[in-house]
Design a protein around this ligand. Sequence first.
Ligand code: ZN
Length: 193
Amino acid sequence: MQIVKYPHPSLRRLSKPLARVDAEVRRYAAEMLELMYEFDGVGLAANQVDLPYRIFVVNFKGDPAAKDQEWVVLNPVITNRSGTAEAEEGCLSFPGIYAPVRRAERVIMTGFDLSGNEIRLELDGLPARAVQHEIDHLDGVVFIDRLSPTNQLAVRESLAALERQFADEQARGLIPPSEQIIARLDELESLRT
Ligand code: ZN
C-alpha cells in the first residue's frame, strides 16, 4: 500500500459504501493508519491508497500515542453542518501544497467502526475540518477544488509540477497507465458491492 499523489485517477473516484467488514478491510485500515503516522498526517482516505471504498482513518492530534483521538470510519455521512471557518490545509496526496480552505465550522458525522458499531461525533475546529476533508476524498473531491480563485492561482505552478512528475512516472512505468488503474478499481469495487 502506498499513498498516491495528485493527479492520480483514484483521487477523482466516487468511493462505494462497504457492505461488510472482514479481515481484509481490517488490514486495509491498519495499513492506512500506519501510513498516516509514517507521513505525519492527521487523516487518510481510501482513495489516497488506491482503494475504491468509503473508509478513512484519522487522528485529530496526529499523535499515534493518542488512541482516543484515532478513528477508523466506514461509510461516513455528515448529518449536520453549521457556521463557516477558514484555515490552512494540506494533503498527503499534494506534497508541499498548503492553502486556506473555507468549510463548515461544526459538523455532526455518523458512520461505523470496524466492529460494525455506529459512530456519532459532534465536532468543531480541526476535527470538523479533518472529517470534511476526508469525506470529500471519498466523493472524489480534493482540497484544491475548494480554494478561492486567488489561491487557485497561487498553487497553479505547484500543481503543474506534480502533474509533470506523475506523467513522468507513468512514462517510466513506475505508475501503471490510467486505464489500468481504473480497471483495477472497477474490479476491487465489484468484489465488495
Ligand atoms: Zn487529503
